[in-house]
Design a protein around this ligand. Sequence first.
Ligand code: FE2
Length: 189
Amino acid sequence: MPPCRRIWAAQPVEVVHKGATALLQREGGFGSSALADLQAAVVAAGQVAQWREHYRAEEVGQDFLDRFGCYPIIGEGGPYSSAALRAWIVYMPPHLYYPWHEHQAAELYLIISGSAVFRKEGSADVTLRSGDTVFHGRNQPHATETGADPVLCLVLWRDDFEHAPMLSDLVKLQRDRAQLALPRVLTAQ
Ligand SMILES: [Fe+2]
């Protein structure tokens, strides 16, 4: 059997905590998980991770920034780097709405624990639970909402890592502005 090709390398982590760091440590609402060992490892690793924010309060509101949790495993700020893959942990406490957003990377969510409603353009809404997965194609708008349960997810990205996620409303606004500007560019020539 040929040896596995290693696609990641270890790197140091500068630990940064956000509001969700303590929420995850205290979280008691996950219930039974098909991936209980992974859940325990992810919660423990959260204490020494670099928690990150991808949005501004003007975009998503301060409550979202205070409670939405995300830290990298593979990629910038995480304990491993890779040219082929990005991996994050995403944690959402109960009753939190992650608005419609999109990115150029293709994305796979694995639900570690808890549950949430996942929405994506062109598909019916689905409630996913521990062990379930959902795939988001490149630039496919999607959103997530928790109800009474929190959710803990492993998120993988491939194909394009240079472009951060953007709220779909802002993407549409930029497209509309570009279309409005186009006639002026053409008449100026
Ligand atoms: Fe996404």
